[in-house]
Write a protein that binds this ligand. Sequence first.
Ligand code: HEM
Length: 417
Amino acid sequence: PIKPIPLEKGADHTLALLTEGYLFISNRSRKFGSAVFQMRLLGQKVICMAGEEAAALFYDESKFRRKGAVPKRIQRSLFGEKAIQTLDDGEHKRRKALFMSLMSPAQLQSLNIYVTEEWRGAVREWEQQETVEFFKEAEHLMMRVACRFAGVPLKKEEVESRARDMGAMIDAFGGMGPRYWKGRTARDNSEEWIEKMVKGVRRGLLPAIPGTALFEMSWYTQPDGKKLPSRLAAVEILNIIRPIVAIGRYITFGAVAMHEHPETRSALSDGPPDFSTWFAQEVRRYYPFGPFTGARVRKDFIWKDYEFKKGTLVLLDLYGTNHHPDLWEEPEVFKPERFYGWSGSPFSFIPQGGGEYEMGHRCAGEWVTVEVMKASFDFIVRRLDYDVPAQNLQHSLVRMPSIPKSRFIIQNIRLID
Ligand code: HEM
């Protein structure tokens, strides 16, 4: 027997989603006592779901596709048009293999070196300043790292404005009005900047190093023998650079966690070697970043007596799954030790999506993220000395993406040699 999917009343819930943010889906799941419910977004019926089983369903590619799932407004600000996030099947697998080829152990090793070098350089400058806004500086620092990793030349005087553009694209996804438009302008600027480089590489005017995103995306040939259109190559190079800058948010949340839970700071310096992994995982679980991801039903199917009709947009609650009371003990407590002996699951811990890297849409940069976070936390704990003045470190669960209110101000910064 087919059961009706619980339906949230009302003509449209777009505004409610933007005003309730990260808790929108879990608030309603709780109200309905159901892992699945329906609502209306921008005029269309949408199914929302959360939890491990829902995630396993969502990443079953025979049931879902990405075509038509990412709204144009998000493509024009956050991801770029026609990018990997919108592809399916063979085309997606080929593009994904291209992305994953940039994440070789050798590349990750270089990345670790860039992170430590850039941290040292940044802190030398922070020492000259009275106060530092950690979040802004972390984005600048990550912009330098991202461009070195991607093989993209970045002049010293460009760092601030280019990093601001990456930050604006990220900051736009839950924004309306000026915050959204800043993201769109930032995307136009950034695509133009990188597209010029792609053209330069192709004309032999700009040297590029094999194995970097700039080289590989510029020279990649599709099965029809053609290269990616230069604008699309730029979009995909930005799909490496922008999310590396986004790690600055997790680093900021991690630094705040160390401040608010000083015992984690001691454990990072003197605790078991695995503690840094548990800490990075708990930062990614506990703090909000990606709220949900979406796909469309590929063909009609029935799941748990609910009917999923072809073409319906389905949102998987990432934040809600990472805080799901059936999956996590005391989910609202920050507790890195919970990852001690954690067996891992492709569907219960999904800050960067679930399933497999090669086959599905799980984040191509998850290892990069964890590596960069660990190297950064290690640097902060061992090499950085600073004071934290009184400030509001709360983060909102409504504003998407979230960040501590004060953006973490630090003072009296010293590099420990
Ligand atoms: C996809 C989150 C860092 C590259 C995704 C998805 C999420 C995500 C939620 C979509 C999963 C889905 O729709 O099923 C994050 C977060 C990051 C991060 C929170 C931390 C800052 C990175 C980094 C890179 C990266 C560092 C690259 C170096 C990508 C790419 C995709 C993706 C290329 C598209 C994969 C596909 O469609 O197959 N990420 N990501 N991300 N991410 Fe990340």
